[in-house]
Design a binder for this molecule. Structure first.
Ligand code: SAM
Length: 319
């Protein structure tokens, strides 16, 4: 009941798939369907909509508006994706050029993969890993529908991929959105497929096991020789899976050997004011580099995003 009430306050978010369409064309389409560009709750009949202030090509509608049967959703021009779930791809900021090499390590059902592909303007190569066979087939369907032409979907466990394989030697950006407790999810409809919600997220040993896996996957990403930027996100509100994982990574041999640190706050959605929890970090100052979303206050599901970058070497700074 409480969960339903919280979900009812989250706007219906609709992302324009720029692999197939443009925001101005989508606005004309919404208007032709009787919506008014006046803010999501700006009209008494709930027909208002607004451009999201933080995420380009994302629009907000009244929570009760459904796009499930809309032709533009069915043919892939519109993607139904919670606002917070759009943060990781924007923060990763992948390059849009023919030589670009990017990995989405944990992809299905593919909302973030299609978002990355759109930000890359369909250029370069985006390797999209998914270990679960059934979820991999959902990923393939989603990528075909969204016409993501630069994506190579791979049905494999990312942890078994050799970072020194020549195929990945030029990968510079990696997105990690691994399995988590899903404790931030209040709007289950949008996330039913996206998350692998655990039954009892309050169990501490369960959270600790998830955190160990999350730490492992981040460390693995840091072993790719050319990687410059690694984004780690969860739809969990538990510090064990969020700030504590980041803290453990910053102290790890992999981060120290690779010269990784947290990206400065100005590179991590600076216009978003809710940041990490300082009292959950060994170095409270690091919290400003982390992004959190509160399901009760931000009109989104609960979410967490961090971004690691490779420190510039002194020698290359001087060049
Ligand atoms: N990023 C997805 C999206 O936005 O649509 C949601 C990802 S979901 C939270 C996590 C996914 O990672 C699951 O489909 C799970 O099967 C997959 N996964 C977990 N561990 C993996 C691994 N080691 N290698 C590849 N995929 C993995």
């Amino acid at each position: 009941q409480v969960q339903d009430e919280r979900a009812a306050r989250i706007p219906r978010y609709v992302r324009v798939n720029t692999c197939l369409w443009t925001a101005p064309k989508a606005v004309d389409y919404f208007v032709s369907k009787g919506f008014r560009q006046s803010g999501p709750f700006g009209s008494p009949d709930n027909r208002g909509f607004a451009q999201d202030p933080h995420i380009p090509n994302l629009f907000q509608f009244h929570p009760q508006i459904s796009f499930q049967e809309d032709p533009a959703y069915k043919d892939g021009r519109l993607i139904l994706q919670d606002k917070a779930s759009c943060f990781p791809a924007v923060i990763l900021d992948p390059p849009a050029k023919d030589s670009a090499m990017v990995i989405d390590a944990t992809s299905a059902p593919g909302n973030k993969t299609s978002h990355l592909s759109a930000l890359m303007e369909g250029k370069g190569t985006l390797f999209a890993f998914e270990r679960d066979k059934r979820r991999f087939s959902t990923l393939e369907t989603m990528l075909a529908k969204a016409k993501c032409k630069n994506v190579q979907p791979i049905n494999a466990d990312f942890l078994t991929v050799d970072p020194l394989d020549m195929k990945y030697s030029q990968v510079t950006h990696i997105l990690l959105d691994p399995s988590c407790s899903g404790s931030g999810i209040v709007n289950r409809l949008d996330y039913l497929l996206e998350s692998e919600r655990e039954e009892d997220p309050s169990q501490e040993d369960r959270l600790n096991k998830l955190a160990s896996f999350q730490v492992m996957i981040i460390k693995h990403a840091m072993k790719f020789p050319s990687v410059q930027r690694v984004v780690y996100s969860t739809c969990s509100i538990h510090a064990i899976e969020d700030e504590h994982v980041v803290g453990e990574i910053l102290k790890s041999d992999e981060a120290l050997a690779g010269g990784f640190t947290l990206a400065p706050a100005e590179q991590v959605l600076p216009q978003w004011s809710r940041r990490g929890l300082p009292n959950e970090m060994d170095e409270p100052d690091h919290a400003s580099s982390l992004v959190r979303c509160s399901p009760d206050e931000d009109g989104t599901n609960g979410f967490f995003v961090s971004c690691f970058i490779r420190k510039e070497k002194e020698s290359s700074k001087r060049k």
